[in-house]
Design a protein around this ligand. Structure first.
Ligand code: BES
Ligand code: MN
Ligand code: ZN
Length: 503
């Protein structure tokens, strides 16, 4: 899809579909009134008969019958102006593209709502992201003719109705940056979605390594290193390797680096890459296992984010480390009661083989601390069902022992429009991880399960500033919303790119 920005009166846009966004009562919206007048009051009549009130997710489509250049008009509601949060415009962008494809439009022009100042460029970014993310489809395994049909929409123009004023060079530059950012972010989110939506039979640790290698090949400033089981063994990554022991697939530790000249900070991103989580001998029931190909969503997010960061450029040296393996049962699988020795020497008694993510991440954290020595590190993991119980399916749980870093992260997530909420690392719950035979055990009690997982990871972070992001809920969705079709969402990619390139 091709995006552009033009300054012209909305009524003269020569496109297949003209889209206007109204914030609340359409009869009070000046553009709605102009278009209504041009249609001989037919638009307002249609709005009345369809009870269109400009509320969020309401839409009205209308044939203009020669009243203006565009043969069709879509009016999209975005709720009251005072309540508008700019990231909500992703759903509006998605709705516009979806209506265009439904009516077979090849070109559309969307009149950017007047929000004033910097919010205008941010709005264009979110609308663009929405159009690209909402038309995403994972169709690789569909054979029907419908699935192969290409969407009709090819050109998406934003119109600023400047009311006679010429836009300044500064505005044009801000819009160009917004369009570039949106396209890089959306491409990375869709890359992550593809990786997550692929069945585990295809998206193995080796395949994830191949995806990372392909990204490194695209960008001169990105390099990649893939460590197999032998190398990880030499490094003493006993926790990480134990999880993959039951699988025929080789475990891979994937390390991507984006290195600009004169980097300001060194930032490490760590991703959980369990390509299938059966639970191991603490076997999951079938319904809980059904979606466990998504357990590599953290790895997909950090790898895909490097692609966007390298496209957009960033002042920091960025490392993405994905600990990839498969948690299965076999004669070689790790067992309950096993005592593992982690890369930092801590011994861990296994009282649940389904708490595998923290084992993989614990060693990945030690690897990052010793090999990268970053100024700050973040981990992303579909870590606990308990986090979904606490926050629901749309919100990630954030845990950190570093208030300033955590605030900076949450601010970036808010700008990117991804729901995240901080949970405390309540020290008293650490008692639950005591073991009579080892330095600690890998799981605590049911209550506070997201936090004890965070506390387990904290054992390995030592004094490196760290933020843990549990994405078990938002990594994949069973019900669609306009800009997020069901399945893998690519959650966290947008916040990572926002943090690294504008934090
Ligand atoms: N991958 C799961 C967590 C998960 C659950 C992700 C649902 C996405 C959706 C993780 O490895 C796991 O099994 N966690 C256990 C921890 C427990 C054994 C302490 C859980 O949440 O039940
Ligand atoms: Mn598990
Ligand atoms: Zn898991």
């Amino acid at each position: 899809m091709d995006f552009s920005h033009v300054v012209e009166p909305a009524l003269s846009a020569a496109v297949d579909l003209l889209v206007i966004v109204v914030l609340g009562d359409p009869t009070k919206d000046s553009l709605f009134r102009i278009v209504d007048a041009a249609t001989g009051k037919a638009l307002a009549e249609a709005a009345r008969s369809e009870s269109f009130e400009g509320k969020t997710s309401q839409s009205l489509t209308f044939r203009s019958a020669g009243a203006l250049s565009a043969p069709r008009i879509a009016v999209l509601g975005a709720g009251n102006r005072a309540d508008l949060e700019v990231p909500a415009l992703r759903d509006v962008g998605a709705a516009a593209a979806s209506i265009a494809n439904r009516v077979g439009a090849r070109s559309l022009a969307l009149v950017v709502p007047t929000l004033g100042g910097a919010r205008e460029a941010a709005a264009i970014q979110m609308l663009t992201e929405g159009a690209l993310l909402g038309t995403y489809k994972f169709g690789r395994y569909l054979t029907g003719a419908d699935a192969k049909k290409a969407p009709s929409l090819q050109s998406f123009a934003f119109i600023t109705d400047a009311k006679g004023k010429k836009p300044g060079a500064a505005q044009a530059k801000a819009v160009k940056i917004a369009l570039d950012r949106a396209q890089a972010v959306a491409a990375a989110v869709c890359k992550a979605r593809d990786m997550i939506n692929e069945p585990a039979a295809f998206m193995t640790p080796t395949q994830i390594a191949a995806e990372a290698e392909a990204i490194a090949k695209k960008h001169p400033k990105v390099t990649v290193q893939v460590l197999g089981p032998k190398k990880c063994e030499e490094l003493g990554m006993g926790m990480f390797l134990a999880v993959g022991k039951g699988s025929d697939q080789e475990s891979k530790l994937i390390h991507l680096v984006y290195k600009p000249k004169n980097a300001k900070k060194k930032i490490a991103l760590i991703g959980k890459g369990v390509t299938f989580d059966s639970g191991g001998y603490s076997l999951k029931p079938s319904n809980a296992m059904e979606d466990m190909k998504v357990d590599m969503s953290g790895a997909a997010a950090v790898i895909a984010a490097i692609d966007a960061v390298a496209t957009l450029g960033c002042d920091h040296e960025v490392h993405a480390v994905a600990a990839c393996c498969e948690n299965l049962v076999s004669g070689r699988a790790y067992k309950l009661g096993d005592v593992l020795t982690s890369m930092d020497g801590t011994t861990v008694e296994i009282n649940n083989t389904d708490a595998e993510g923290r084992l993989t991440l614990g060693d990945a954290i030690t690897y990052v601390r010793s090999k990268v020595q970053p100024d700050e590190m973040f981990d992303f993991a579909t870590l606990t069902g308990a986090c979904m119980v606490a926050l629901g399916p749309y919100t990630a749980g954030v845990m950190s022992d570093h208030d300033a870093l955590c605030r900076g992260w949450l601010a970036a997530a808010e700008r990117a429009g991804e729901d995240m909420w901080r949970l405390p690392l309540t020290a008293r719950l650490r008692e639950q991880l005591k073991s009579p035979v080892a330095d600690m055990r890998n799981t605590g009690d049911r209550f506070g399960g997201a936090i004890t997982a965070g506390l387990f990871l904290k054992t390995f972070t030592k004094d490196t500033p760290w933020v843990h992001v549990d994405i078990a809920g938002p990594a994949s969705l069973s019900a669609s919303r306009p800009f997020q079709p069901r399945g893998g969402t690519g959650f966290a990619v947008a916040s990572i790119v926002e943090y690294l390139t504008r934090g």
